[in-house]
Design a protein around this ligand. Structure first.
Ligand code: SF4
Length: 65
């Protein structure tokens, strides 16, 4: 299923600004103070990277659907 939404969910834990997600896919993720999703990013082109970033995020705060 195609990814239509990617977001930072800090309801149970917080982004620790480690930069791992940006390292995996700087086309989608940017980390300044905390992670943000680049506006207009092509989620379909980077589906594998988004899943990879979400599963390797140490805080578990990257969500997608
Ligand atoms: S990998 Fe997770 S904890 Fe690290 S900067 Fe990205 S969202 Fe934050």
């Amino acid at each position: 299923m195609a990814i239509t939404k990617v977001w930072l969910d800090e309801s149970s834990d917080e982004c620790i600004s480690c930069g791992a997600c940006e390292s995996v896919c700087s086309d989608v993720f940017a980390v300044n103070d905390k992670m943000s999703v680049n506006e207009g990013a092509d989620f379909n082109a980077f589906e594998a990277e988004i899943k990879d970033a979400a599963s390797s995020c140490p805080a578990g705060v990257i969500k997608y659907e």
